[in-house]
Design a protein around this ligand. Structure first.
Ligand code: UDP
Length: 328
């Protein structure tokens, strides 16, 4: 098996690369290094072929897919910060880029896993979101929803390629995946809080902090990506992947302070201050993962405490000396 991982220098992608190499697979990475980094691939240096290029570049995508039987399509413009700051670029990359990758995989006869997102559920706040549940999207004139809109269309496009061309496509919706190598630069809350706690700065909870999420360890997700991509029964279907442990963002901040033994205060800042006027958040987002459990035995094992501790250990290792011991 030779696999292409688009976005392989990113957070989830680089963990997937490590996993695939561990299974003895040949791996090619296509990444434009907009949010990914070679540092993420340090463990796999020398063992992986890295192509620096964009998923918008047909020639680069064709070269990267050459000889591959499996494509993991993880490259995307990610993070609320990126989407709010550059909505048009996000739309281009997430729509045209995905189309280019789907075309290349179809031409090669490769199977394809599309990394979609729990963002597609939008404002749906059901207790446990199932794959067939409706998307409840905000206004198309609010650029904040550009990522959710693009990922929804990406899913539909992959599904239609499966129907029309027989592309063996599997769609997954990861819910708030967290772990070492993730950065807070693009808005992700866990690395942001951990870094604030370790450097003695206030933890910045947006709004009243009652919004709820389920955070899932990257190590729990990566084997599931491999299992789903290679399982024929998964083709033409969508799978939620995430943890069942739900937490409010205020509770998350309190836990980060406890785990890191930080003296940082927790402050609340208005959404408008964080993301600009008119920003709409998702109040609640919790996955029903019955489908993945029944098909491949998916069962996340890492607790939120363990996830926070792993992120803290990773951030400590990256902070300049003096901060390395934390602030507690
Ligand atoms: N958040 C926060 N403080 C921060 C960064 C994020 O309170 O410094 C909140 C954000 O508004 C959202 C939640 O944490 O309600 C999760 O944000 P993230 O961007 O990690 O993921 P999302 O679930 O929004 O995709």
């Amino acid at each position: 098996m030779k696999a292409l991982v688009t976005g392989g220098a990113g957070f989830i992608g680089s963990h997937l690369v490590d996993h695939l190499l561990g299974l003895g697979r040949e791996v090619v990475v296509l990444d434009d290094f907009s949010t990914g980094s070679m540092a993420n691939l340090a463990r796999s240096a020398g063992a992986v072929t890295v192509i620096r290029g964009s998923i918008l570049d047909e020639a680069a995508v064709a070269a990267a897919t050459d000889g591959c039987d499996t494509v993991f399509h993880l490259a995307a413009a990610v993070g609320v910060r990126t989407i709010v700051d550059r909505p048009l670029e996000s739309l281009h990359k997430n729509l045209r880029g995905t189309e280019t990758v789907l075309d290349a995989a179809t031409r090669r006869g490769a199977r394809l896993l599309l990394a979609s997102s729990s963002e597609v559920y939008g404002k749906n706040t059901k207790d446990r979101l199932g794959e067939e549940d409706d998307r409840v999207l905000g206004s198309p004139l609010k650029s904040r929803w550009s990522y959710a809109a693009a990922k929804g269309l990406d899913e539909l496009m992959a599904y239609c390629y499966w129907q029309r061309y027989g592309l063996r496509a599997v769609i997954v919706r990861p819910f708030n995946i967290v772990g070492p190598r993730q950065t807070g630069h693009y808005g992700m809350v866990v690395p942001t809080f951990v870094e604030q706690a370790l450097t003695g700065r206030p933890l910045t909870v947006h709004g009243d902090g009652t919004q709820r999420r389920c955070f899932c360890a990257v190590d729990d997700i990566v084997p599931a990506l491999m299992a789903l991509a290679t399982d024929e029964r998964a083709h033409g279907r969508v799978f939620n992947l995430g943890s069942g442990e739900e937490v409010t963002i205020r509770e998350l901040a309190e836990r980060v302070v406890r785990v890191t033994r930080s003296r940082s205060p927790i402050v609340h800042i208005p959404y408008a201050e964080a993301y600009g006027p008119g920003f709409e958040d998702m109040a609640r987002r919790a996955p029903d993962t019955t489908r993945a459990r029944e098909l491949i035995g998916f069962r996340p094992r890492t607790s939120l405490y363990e996830v926070i501790a792993a992120v803290a250990a990773d951030r400590r290792a990256r902070l300049p000396a003096g901060f390395a011991g934390g602030s507690g």
